[in-house]
Design a protein around this ligand. Structure first.
Ligand SMILES: *Cc1c(COP(=O)(O)O)cnc(C)c1O
Length: 361
């Protein structure tokens, strides 16, 4: 009698935990643990979602042509080189499935997004973690870590949970030095928070071995619908489409995302409000000796003197109905990741941290 055999790597995957949504015994909580847009999606997106209710018996589009065309127009890209996924998570997973397998190495950074390791292991490949320099991706260290078995390099720019960015010069240097048989994936989940930043699209245009992923879950406020996309060479996009389920995105998700990407005015408003409140909160926490690196995203990585202090502060915030994210799983045990909420949420966080610091002294 033989036992059912699990594929190698699967047993090593720690199940991903999403940000908490509630605190036992506490009502009226503010969720600042998943980097969601506190203002929600554009009204146009909500309207488009509602309209789909009349056609729920119809299969959705399988080629996502309307959404790809809208994305291409908004970002000035080639619609034929876009692939849409159930969140960008699904696109990351396609990349590992298509380009990494047993014996292959997939590079991610020390404090890089958890999904890179999960997707690599799920594909049977070996994740390789590369040190960062003071919570910033270290391009030289990545180049040194490349071997004959390296297939993929994942960099989120800006990164989650650090909020930091690698300079354009550094990314260009990496692209120029990286062997051409290694695919560099630039995860632009937070690219929209930086006015004028293309997330790496220009590099994709000029290099076959650069791929970019983007999402509707953050600035566009559609995390609940699960829509992301990728941009790469025609060849890569064709290969990823081979493994994509034909109806991976629901009609509601497609319609809402299409409307969301076209509402530029709303997106601009959210981006400006995020920057204003992020600067305010970072300053308010710094005045209380809780420092953070300059964030380019919709969250701040608040650094405490010790893991104990971070944990006690997290508990105190919870008692005040404020849910932030512990990031010890990202090797940042003395930090808390705080999503930028609306003005009232930011003021509540600052006030609660102040109370915690007074009580702690
Ligand atoms: C949130 C996030 C994503 C993706 O999210 P989806 O909801 O799957 O699109 C991807 N990368 C990073 C770095 C993120 O923080």
């Amino acid at each position: 009698m033989s036992k059912i055999k699990l594929q190698p790597g699967i047993g090593q995957i720690d199940i991903y935990e999403g940000g908490a949504t509630s605190v036992k015994g506490i009502g009226n909580v503010v969720k600042l643990s998943s980097n969601e847009n506190p203002f929600g999606p554009s009204n146009d997106a909500i309207e488009a979602f509602r309209r789909v209710a009349h056609d729920l018996h119809r299969y959705p589009s399988s080629d996502h042509a309307a959404l790809r065309t809208a994305i291409a127009a908004a970002h000035n890209l080639d619609a034929d080189r876009i692939i849409c996924g159930v969140g960008s998570d699904e696109v990351l997973s396609f990349l590992c499935q298509a380009y990494a397998g047993h014996g292959d190495e997939v590079i991610h950074t020390e404090h890089g997004f958890a999904l890179y390791r999960i997707c690599a292991l799920a594909a049977g490949a070996t994740p390789v973690e590369v040190k960062e320099r003071e919570r910033v991706t270290d391009v030289e260290a990545i180049l040194k870590a490349c071997t004959a078995n390296t297939r993929l390099v994942f960099i989120a720019n800006p990164n989650n949970p650090t909020g930091t960015m690698v300079s354009e010069a550094q990314i260009n240097h990496l692209v120029d030095s990286l062997p051409k048989n290694i695919l560099l994936v630039l995860d632009g989940a937070y690219a929209e928070y930086i006015s004028g930043f293309d997330g790496g699209a220009t590099l994709v245009e000029s290099h076959e071995n650069v791929f970019m992923t983007r999402t509707f879950s953050k600035l566009y406020g559609l995390g609940g619908l699960r829509v992301g996309w990728g941009y790469g060479s025609k060849d890569i996009v064709e290969n990823l489409n081979r493994i994509r389920g034909p109806f991976n995105l629901s009609a509601a998700a497609l319609a809402a995302a299409e409307a969301a990407v076209m509402d530029k005015e709303y997106i601009e408003k959210c981006r400006l409000e995020n920057s204003r409140l992020r600067n305010w909160l970072a300053g308010a926490l710094a005045e209380q000796d809780i420092v953070s690196d300059t964030s380019m995203t919709n969250f701040i990585l608040a650094r405490f003197a010790s893991q104990e202090e971070a944990t006690s502060c997290d508990n105190y915030l919870k008692s005040q109905g404020l849910i932030v994210r512990q990031v010890s799983g990202y090797k940042l045990p003395n930090c808390l990741r705080v999503t930028i909420g609306d003005e009232s949420a930011c003021r509540r966080v600052s006030h609660a941290v102040g109370q915690f610091r007074e009580g702690a002294r």
